[in-house]
Design a binder for this molecule. Structure first.
Ligand code: PRT
Ligand code: ZN
Length: 225
């Protein structure tokens, strides 16, 4: 693969981080037009290409050095890093800064009728999650045995469907838990969106462009604080 002289930035194609990521880059003076059918949105005024992908793909693209920068939820980033460390794949990245959107927490939750005293109450439960690595790390720290039920979606309905005793899922307002007759017991990870860079050495011109973007981003975020 030839080394491109354009800076590649991976952002979520569609979803909770997508609009805010685009808004932030536009605020930094990067002009581009998104064509919904296209993976790449080239900037018209800077040597930058935006890669619009599933959020789950962004950490790997950075850790494999395929793209230079990425905007991603820390939850997805950390989950992928543990997975890669465990399987011996490249797992390095540089976190350039936390961003001011995408805030949420990864929490354990159980049905309203479940009696919870402390983390030990979770001993032996089956827990549905899309974040098996973050869950395993927390349960190991707490010294609690449990079993997994891996679900990529509809995690919150697993207890009612008889698939699991509890769940480990992202929460922001708590409305989804409430609507599904669940309550939060343990916050296991707090997350925000962040800007990350691959550890591949950049050419001086690309690194200068990255530095310019970071400095503009600091200005944009400070201005809206
Ligand atoms: O298609 P793609 O794979 O790219 O997107 P996705 O469906 O995997 O992710 P998406 O767009 O739902 O979320 C992207 C990122 O946004 C997450 O990885 C988090 O970093 C961040 N984020 C912030 C959230 C939430 N808040 C959030 N509330 N991601 C998901 N949720 C879901 C949660 O899973 C639950 O279903 O919202 C529901 C709970 O919300 P409340 O407000 O009812 O508590
Ligand atoms: Zn995803």
């Amino acid at each position: 693969m030839s080394e491109s002289n354009r800076l590649r930035i991976a952002i979520q194609k569609s979803g909770r981080l997508s609009k805010e990521s685009q808004k932030l880059l536009k605020g930094c003076g990067v002009k581009f037009t998104v064509n919904e059918q296209r993976l790449i949105a080239p900037s018209d005024n800077m040597p930058i290409d935006l890669l619009r992908v599933r959020d789950d793909d962004i950490p790997g693209l950075i850790m494999d050095g395929v793209v230079d920068l990425g905007i991603i939820g820390e939850n997805v980033l950390e989950e992928e890093q543990i997975e890669r460390q465990d399987t011996g794949k490249p797992a390095q990245y540089k976190k350039l800064r936390e961003l001011d959107f995408g805030g949420c927490r990864l929490s354990l939750a159980v049905p309203n009728e479940f009696k919870y005293d402390n983390a030990n109450s979770l001993e032996g439960l089956r827990i549905a999650t899309s974040y098996p690595n973050l869950l395993r790390r927390y349960m190991k720290q707490q010294n609690i045995n449990y079993s997994d039920c891996m679900l990529k979606g509809s995690v919150e309905v697993a207890p009612r469907a008889g698939l699991a005793d509890g769940i480990c899922d992202l929460v922001s307002t708590g409305a989804t838990l409430e609507a599904n007759g669940l309550y939060e017991t343990d916050v296991i990870y707090r997350s925000k969106a962040c800007l990350i860079q691959s550890t591949t050495e950049q050419s001086p011109s690309k690194q200068a462009l990255i530095n310019k973007l970071i400095s503009r981003m600091n200005g944009v975020i400070t201005a809206r604080e």
